[in-house]
Design a protein around this ligand. Structure first.
Ligand code: E4P
Length: 225
């Protein structure tokens, strides 16, 4: 199954795009949080969690610590804070990939906390995160392409690895910059694409569509006179 998530911490955008019935989740990261008006972090994520629970949308919230032990503590704090607001099956804690971070992923996963391992750029990173128990792995699709990497190949190789090893882990493609990226990522093996409001809004637009609709209305209005 291929799914679409929205990549933002802006609740108004989440509500509007969700009204179209096209998204299954929300991903955030510290930079997306920082784009919102300065406010209490806990209050912001609780508000997002409340709407996501009401709408059966998954929600990914990223830790903002840099040391693994601190990441673990923050992950537990966020999970404890939000599990009474959003169904825990909808809540994912984002942990950036790294060697020591693998132990954080394993500890959290063993405790039943769903981890979205993020900031991945290689199949090895995503494969190792999945082996450690991550339920989601997030590839930074365009940032990888910016460094002359091949995100399509990374997605295909990761998908094969997860399938061959019976790993219950879904691949998220983030860092999406065009409508083509969305289709390419889905076509090359990712389960979920997460992208900005702007990209989502552009997905249904095409100049020939506008031209066709205008032409139909012009012809019909001339006839109906
Ligand atoms: C996924 O949630 C990532 O954090 C996000 O898509 C990164 O995208 P960017 O490269 O546009 O910052």
């Amino acid at each position: 199954m291929r799914k679409l998530y929205i990549d933002t911490a802006n609740l108004d955008d989440i509500k509007r795009i969700n009204s179209f019935g096209i998204i299954k989740g929300v991903t955030t990261n510290p930079s997306l949080i920082a784009k919102e008006p300065k406010q209490n972090f806990d209050a912001l994520i609780e508000e997002l969690a409340e709407f996501c629970d009401e709408s059966s949308l998954s929600l990914s919230v990223e830790v903002f610590a840099s040391e693994p032990e601190e990441m673990y503590k923050q992950a537990k704090e966020i999970h404890t804070k939000l599990k009474s607001i959003i169904d825990p099956d909808l809540l994912r804690i984002k942990i950036p990939i790294g060697l020591e971070e693998l132990s954080v992923i394993k500890r959290l996963s063993d405790e039943g906390i769903d981890v979205n391992c993020t900031c991945c750029f290689t199949e090895q990173q995503m494969q190792f995160a999945a082996l450690s128990g991550a339920k989601y792995v997030s590839l930074f699709y365009s940032r990888l392409r910016d460094t002359s990497g091949n995100p399509k190949e990374v997605l295909n190789r990761t998908r094969d690895f997860l399938y061959e090893n019976n790993l219950l882990c879904e691949i998220i493609a983030g860092s999406i910059r065009s409508q083509g990226d969305v289709s390419d990522a889905w076509h090359n093996g990712c389960d979920i694409v997460t992208c900005s409001t702007k990209i989502i809004e552009g997905m249904t637009q095409h100049p020939k569509t506008d031209e066709s609709v205008a032409g139909f209305l012009k012809d019909f209005n001339n006839w109906i006179k």
